[in-house]
Design a protein around this ligand. Sequence first.
Ligand SMILES: Cc1cc2nc3c(=O)[nH]c(=O)nc-3n(C[C@H](O)[C@H](O)[C@H](O)COP(=O)(O)O)c2cc1C
Length: 403
Amino acid sequence: MKEGFAIERFVFRTAGETHGPGLVTIVEGVPAGLPVLAADIDRELARRQVGYGRGERMRIEKDEVEILSGVRFGKAMGGPIAMLLRNRDWVNWQGKMAQTGDGEGVPKLDTARPGHADLPGILKYAHGDVRNVLERASARETAARVMAGALAKALLRELGVDIVGHVLSIGEFRVPADVGGNRVAAARAEGSPLRMADRGIEAEVMRWIDGVKEAGTTAGGVVEVIAGGVPPGLGSYVAWDRRLDGRLGRALMCIPAIKGVEVGGGMGLAGMPGIDVHDEVFPGGDPAVRLLGKYLLPFHRKTNRAGGLEGGMTNGEPVVVRAAMKPIPTQSVPLRTVTVDRFEASTAHRERSDVCAVPAASVVAETMVAIVLADAFLEKFGGDAMRDILYNYTGYLRRICGE
Ligand SMILES: Cc1cc2nc3c(=O)[nH]c(=O)nc-3n(C[C@H](O)[C@H](O)[C@H](O)COP(=O)(O)O)c2cc1C
């Protein structure tokens, strides 16, 4: 099983349809000895499910993982970890999603919803029913990624890395500029129904989302992920496909509805003079920043416009990445489109839908960043077993921190 160029050690594959019996995730590369608890995975699944603006499905379903393999007495054994997430709504869909029979009597979806996989999907796979596309293209699949991400986060926790995913903006509403890239400030978003760190504007943003819903349309926004406690030297400059900024960009772009990705100052840097962009380096470590809770780097910086990435490698500063989510494509006021058999004028059908899923997208972004960083740690420090990874990582920190 190979996930492509970017993720080669912490490899995962998901399977399942949005209204099928369930979603399955198989993760390879989880080191033996890593603590794995279903409760930790469920907590991440719950974080993805909350958020103001979600559709009715989030109210009827509470996601809970069933771990099928690879874990014994609360720890990974080193083999593939298979996880099942049952779709509780399956009972209502058994007829429409039957695996046998000829589908007689089941109405076909014959219009393509703009902004979805529907139109290119039916053409590519020679389907006559849009449901065959949307069932797999649905962002329900991101719940299966979150299960893999929970394991990646568990690994990163053991390595002293903390990761925060939060919402920078919804529509025109933005958290204050100093929250961006600041993981202490960003952590205030946890528990907020909008996953925004500015509780002062919460009520106003929720009212605005209500108005968007009443108008029959949807909202987008920008999410940010900040990973702290990351050592310099993950990723590499020696080959294009080992550059970590590229690997992170790909992982974020692969999230449904993400249309733009930035690293650090991102697009904003392009118009600035270089002297105001590059992060100067000063001697001596910042005592507040200790890798693995102990090791002090022999230098520090006062700015992090690079988002913790230089030359395709982490540089010891927090990794800061952002992703822009387009407004949800399904609208209550249906968009104009064509039928998929004769390409005649029609309007898009409406599948049960969210109005705003930016808070959930921040959790999915956190998941994807965690997976890429876990993969990069395994690339640098190897390891079938947790104790070997920690041994290798500690040896590296001793070398670069001069102990
Ligand atoms: C967490 C999350 C939830 C989403 N929920 C919905 C939804 O309820 N309705 C919808 O039309 N699109 C939803 N989307 C977006 C679509 O899945 C996505 O726009 C579509 O699959 C087309 O992919 P693309 O936007 O990457 O081109 C959601 C995306 C995410 C990340």
